[in-house]
Write a protein that binds this ligand. Structure first.
Ligand SMILES: [Zn+2]
Length: 485
């Protein structure tokens, strides 16, 4: 039920600063140094080779080598002792003999090593791949012993999650550097923890949004285009969900401010104007202005939009869809896209409006039918289960102010598939099941780190119900009388 606690405060929350551009890694240190004089950089080894070394080079002015788990800014030494803090030095020595050539990062090619003092001290620590409580404790131990003033988390979803969680526990500033534009998570105050075996554990609602979010679009442009399209699927829901949540408290526990609505509008406008063009550019790893705009829409506008604008049926139906194991090969944004069609059907959107969304989704290869999602044989019982979960207590679907029941949602899901199939027939679009092409396309320039990110994303999507927990948090905040964090 929208705003049944009669909340009147408006709340808008966001990262303190957002930086984006094709050489953002090179420019990152001058923004990061505002967070303190001592940092820990968390990256997995593959991301570190592609982007982490370029960042360390920008910080220290020297080429970096990352064949050890922990590397300090003391480039005269390479710490091979494992994840032990205390390798910090404040002075930069000469480059080590045999140091690696500049890495294949966008910044590295343009930045010649210069003998200068590091912008700040930094200790690189390897992320071991699982955003688990155990890994969190390990990293927190290193960060504390090192005496870091802030944390830099660079990579895919799990690296971002663990960085946010560690910074929150230690009450440190946090800088997020995503290497894809596939979700709107980087700017938000939420992190996800998993069990060591990869199963979902819990959500962490951090006390504040990241201090800094830095996106190097030179890196993002080298990701598989499917990741960008999934990010657009997620971002496309932002405006229509915020429109239906305008009378409900947002994830900050307050009512949406006017700026939230403007952001959501702009997000959608950018996707329709530049989404297709950006998708094609990404396929050939071309960093064009359209791609730049869409990265911003996927990462910043959608992130601010969903957190301060609110969610509604599209994400609730996404959450319901996670019970279908046959859909676990789909990315979060791919399922949200179908949820968006369901919400439009629930809202009795006219055919022209539906066509507009369907045409856009198909133009970037987002699935719009059961068949395209790979569940053409889904049963009524399964779909009714999806609808039931979408209508669970606390779900964002209750932000809708129309009549909602599991049966109403079930009928809308059937209707969404029907309009999707009819549209494909009408425009002569040949449906291809996502099931048969569930392997991501690999970028020409060897972005194997992004394949790893995709695996992370799949796990994030499997069975998770982030927005239900967010909604629960929102309600408990409202019940507590607190409205922001
Ligand atoms: Zn989403």
């Amino acid at each position: 039920m929208p705003n049944n606690k009669n909340v009147t405060l408006r709340v808008f929350q966001s990262p303190s600063k957002y930086i984006q551009g094709p050489t953002a890694i090179r420019d990152a240190p001058r923004y990061m140094k505002q967070l303190g004089d001592k940092a820990v950089l968390i990256t997995d080894d593959i991301v570190h080779k592609i982007a982490g070394e370029a960042l360390l080079e920008a910080i220290t002015g020297f080429p970096q080598k990352s064949d050890s788990e922990t590397v300090s800014t003391d480039v005269g030494k390479t710490d091979t002792a494992g994840p032990v803090a205390g390798t910090d030095t404040s002075a930069a020595g000469p480059p080590p003999s045999g140091a690696s050539a500049p890495v294949d990062g966008s910044a590295a090619k343009e930045q010649a090593p210069t003998p200068s003092k590091p912008v700040f001290d930094v200790l690189r620590v390897q992320f071991r791949g699982q955003s688990s409580k155990e890994e969190l404790e390990r990293l927190k131990g290193i960060i504390t012993e090192y005496g870091a003033k802030f944390i830099i988390a660079m990579g895919g979803g799990k690296t971002i999650d663990i960085g946010k969680a560690a910074a929150d526990d230690l009450r440190l500033e946090c800088c997020i550097m995503p290497t894809t534009a596939s979700t709107d998570a980087p700017c938000s105050a939420v992190a996800v923890l998993y069990r060591p075996d990869g199963d979902f554990d819990r959500y962490v609602f951090t006390h504040r949004n990241p201090s800094l979010v830095i996106v190097d679009t030179g890196i993002v442009a080298r990701a598989p285009a499917r990741l960008l399209a999934a990010g657009m699927g997620d971002a496309l829901a932002t405006n229509i969900e915020a429109m239906r949540s305008r009378n409900s408290p947002n994830f900050g526990g307050g009512m949406p401010a006017l700026i939230s609505r403007a952001i959501c509008d702009k997000c959608e406008e950018i996707l329709f104007k530049f989404g297709k063009q950006a998708y094609e550019a990404c396929k050939v790893n071309a960093m064009t202005p359209a791609l730049e705009a869409v990265v911003e829409a996927n990462t910043l506008l959608s992130g601010l939009g969903f957190e301060s604008g609110g969610l509604a049926a599209a994400h609730a139906i996404h959450d319901g869809l996670t019970v279908l194991h046959e859909l676990h090969h789909l990315l979060h944004g791919e399922k949200v896209a179908f949820g968006t069609i369901c919400q439009l059907v629930l809202d009795c959107a006219d055919t022209a409006e539906l066509d507009r969304y369907l045409a856009f989704m198909l133009s970037i290869d987002l699935p719009v039918t059961f068949e395209m999602m790979g569940i053409e044989d889904v049963t009524e019982a399964e779909l009714r289960k999806v609808a039931e979960i979408a209508c669970a207590p606390g779900e964002t679907i209750w932000n809708m102010d129309s009549v909602i029941t599991p049966d109403v949602v079930y009928q809308a899901i059937l209707g969404a598939d029907a309009v999707g199939r009819e549209y494909c027939t009408r425009v002569g679009f040949k449906q291809i099941s996502r099931q048969v092409e569930s392997r991501p396309r690999v970028s020409r320039t060897g972005t194997i780190n992004l394949i790893k990110d995709l695996k992370d994303l799949k796990k994030t999507a499997n069975g998770d119900n982030i927005f239900k927990q967010l909604a629960d948090m929102k309600m408990s905040q409202v019940n507590d009388g607190t409205t922001s964090r």
